[in-house]
Ligand binder design. Structure first.
Ligand code: Z5A
Ligand code: MG
Length: 214
């Protein structure tokens, strides 16, 4: 039996990532695993949650960046173990959110290159589905957490784009990262796109055995 596939649902805010990650994991069957970042249930995740929800809880930008990264390292072995047992793992946000949100702050020195360093060595997804809503004003109602303003989200969008174009290996990008436009599509319509892209990928890359790393 081959190893499971690591499938990431990434994207801009309020594009339905958590909704789609849940539906994909369900469709992949009971043996699949769903892991969300940030995982707010761990000790490190508790600090991240406090940072996101309490404006009075201040941390240096470098420190919160490293906590988000540490939150991924906390479960890195667990993810690999699931994959080696043949389970597919669906991730809801991951390294790309890590670098894009921190670099979008525009803090001198906290650029994409610096931000990536703490994630170097983490498993790279076999497939990333990047959800965008370029053409839509739908679901622009951001919440109350830190980072949830449209001006900041525009900067995040630019950082994602710079990372994929300038930092990601282009042959990896072409084969392993798929952009899905979700504007004006229902949850079921987006799920159909997610499922058809995932099943086509799984067929084409059924034999992947080696792991890839950031
Ligand atoms: N962050 C970071 O800085 N560094 C890191 O390393 C990581 C994250 C991992 C919290 O993340 C913040 O942490 C986030 C990035 C930063 N900052 N911001 N902004 P989070 O993942 O916990 O954020 P969230 O609160 O879950 O929001 P989200 O992920 O942006 O939302 P979503 O998952 O994309 O959307 P959703 O929860 O699936 O759907 C939102 C609503 O829209 C919900 O009511 C759905 O029922 C509805 N929905 C979904 N799809 C549709 C369609 N197609 N039509 C109509 N309605 C829909
Ligand atoms: Mg979410």
């Amino acid at each position: 039996m081959g190893r499971g596939k690591l499938i990431l649902i990434e994207g801009l805010d309020r594009t339905g990532k958590s909704t789609q990650a849940g539906k994909l994991a369900e469709r992949l069957g009971p043996n699949s695993q769903l892991i969300k970042f940030p995982d707010r249930s761990t000790k490190i995740g508790g600090l991240i949650n406090q940072y996101l929800t309490d404006p009075a809880f201040l941390l240096p930008d470098q420190a919160i960046h490293l906590l988000f990264s540490a939150n991924r390292w906390e479960v890195a072995e667990e993810i690999k173990t699931h994959l080696l047992k043949g389970s597919n793992v669906v991730l809801d946000r991951y390294v790309y959110s890590g670098v894009a949100y921190s670099a979008a702050k525009g803090v001198p020195g906290l650029d994409l290159q610096w931000c990536l360093q703490s994630d170097v060595g983490l498993l790279k997804p076999d497939l990333t589905l990047f959800l965008t809503n370029q053409g839509s004003e739908l679901r622009q109602g951001f919440g109350e957490e830190r980072y949830e303003s449209s001006a900041f989200q525009q900067k995040v969008r630019e950082q994602f784009s710079t990372f994929f174009n300038d930092f990601e290996d282009q042959s990896y990008k072409q084969a392993h990262i798929k952009v899905l436009e979700t504007s004006d599509k229902s949850i079921e319509q987006v799920h159909d796109m997610v499922w058809s892209t995932t099943s086509a990928f799984m067929q084409e890359y059924a034999d992947i055995q080696d792991f890839m790393y950031f």
